[in-house]
Ligand binder design. Structure first.
Ligand code: 1QQ
Length: 408
């Protein structure tokens, strides 16, 4: 049943002044947003959803992949009629790669842009600082790339569509053992200044022990490091059969490169920070063969993934990466939860505070058929997802690009 002009004007009232930053994408970690006091009729009734991801910094490429997926979702769901005829509108704020930028972005989205909910931030390290702000303001947050232990537990308004390291990471260790059943000695590396990396290395080290393997050394680094000679040499001297790295793309890629340059020839596993094709520009041909567990496969068979994949392929001329699929799924959760809520109580009539609270309840209760497959949420807000994968980096002949080849 379509509600028409009456509904549109009611929504206009409900969302008047909400759209200050809707068409604006800031760059820089401390964005300033200008207010447009008289939003144009064309967009004034659109429902604002905040996207707080890193468009700049060392993790810019991870964040940009997220924004690409979110934008595909925005167009896809608006083309299908939005929320019973009312479009959604993404309000994009650059968080940069640090906590302060994420906090600023959240504050701007909550108070100025008056979004109904937020997708982000890029890093778990940022989420532990920024999510409590949304929690206090009672604004729903959906993490689309936060995988550290403890994210959904930040508060009632915090959930995620990005499966936790505890579920995803062990798959790559099992895949390595399938390739080489004789692995015994494992060297583990992690970035000690990053919450995700610390959480992921915990999972990796537990998995290694559960599989009856020996952790022969644990080497620490910083995400800002570029020289890994000392740690790499320490590890190589112990002759490991497997090296596992938890870091972000640039540091992780440089570490892989230096391990190979120093002569390490056995299997390398990279964690979720390796889950972007930007890794190829860092370690180039030396990235070849690295194993990375995945929470998304472009081959997943359902209608929405078919559309998502085709749209992404047409636009970017490559397969969609995991972070794009996860951000698409996060926007989808908001859209479908808003649709479900609107059927129960016309959302245009709800005051913003009530809408945010009801939306939060509704989204946790739903089931969603996304490009990641069917997902739902645990009571605390962690994603429930079925299928996980492992890919191997395959570098092109030119040595500059490559792809994620999914293992069977
Ligand atoms: C986290 C991650 C990062 C690697 C995502 C970009 O998983 O910070 O939780």
């Amino acid at each position: 049943m379509k509600k028409t002009a009456v509904r549109t004007s009611a929504l206009f009232v409900a969302f008047a002044f909400l759209l200050s930053a809707c068409t604006q994408t800031n760059s820089g970690p401390a964005p300033t947003t200008t207010t447009n006091p008289s939003p144009t009729a064309g967009s004034s009734n659109a429902i604002p959803i905040g996207i707080a991801l890193a468009l700049t910094s060392n993790v810019a490429l991870l964040g940009q992949e997220g924004v690409a997926g979110a934008k595909i979702a925005e167009k896809y769901f608006n083309d299908k009629g939005g929320i019973d005829g009312t479009p959604i509108k993404l309000v994009i704020q650059d968080t940069g790669g640090e906590e302060a930028g994420a906090i600023n972005a959240f504050q701007t989205l909550i108070t100025q842009s008056q979004v109904v909910g937020i997708v982000g931030p890029t890093l778990s390290q940022q989420a532990f600082s920024a999510d409590p702000i949304a929690e206090r303001a009672k604004v729903p947050v959906l993490g689309a790339s936060n995988t550290a232990k403890g994210i959904p537990e930040i508060g009632d308004y915090v959930a995620r569509v990005s499966a936790p390291v505890a579920i995803v990471a062990p798959n790559s260790v099992k895949a390595a053992l399938k390739i080489n059943p004789n692995i015994k000695k494992v060297a583990v590396f992690y970035a000690q200044n990053d919450a995700f990396s610390k959480s992921e290395t915990g999972t990796f080290q537990e998995t290694v022990k559960e599989q009856g393997l020996d952790v022969v050394t644990v080497q620490k680094f910083q995400t800002t490091d570029t020289d890994f000679q000392t740690q790499a040499t320490n590890a190589i001297n112990l002759k490991p059969d497997l090296i596992i790295i938890s870091g972000l793309a640039t540091d992780g890629g440089n570490l892989v490169r230096q391990l190979r340059e120093l002569g390490y020839k056995n299997i390398i596993i990279g964690g979720n920070g390796f889950n972007t094709s930007s890794i190829f520009t860092v370690c180039k041909a030396l990235c070849d063969g690295v194993l990375v567990a995945q929470a998304y496969s472009p081959d997943h068979v359902n209608e929405i993934n078919k559309t998502f994949r085709t749209t992404y392929l047409n636009q970017y001329k490559k397969e969609p990466p995991q972070f794009s699929a996860q951000a698409f799924a996060a926007v989808q959760v908001y859209v479908e939860a808003l649709q479900a809520l609107d059927k129960k109580s016309e959302i245009s009539k709800l005051p913003l505070a009530q809408l945010r609270t009801e939306l939060n309840k509704q989204l946790l209760a739903g089931k969603y058929d996304t490009p990641l497959g069917e997902i739902a949420f645990t009571p605390v807000g962690d994603v429930i997802q079925k299928d996980f994968y492992v890919a191997q980096l395959k570098v092109d002949k030119d040595g500059n690009n490559g792809k994620f080849a999914f293992l069977k």
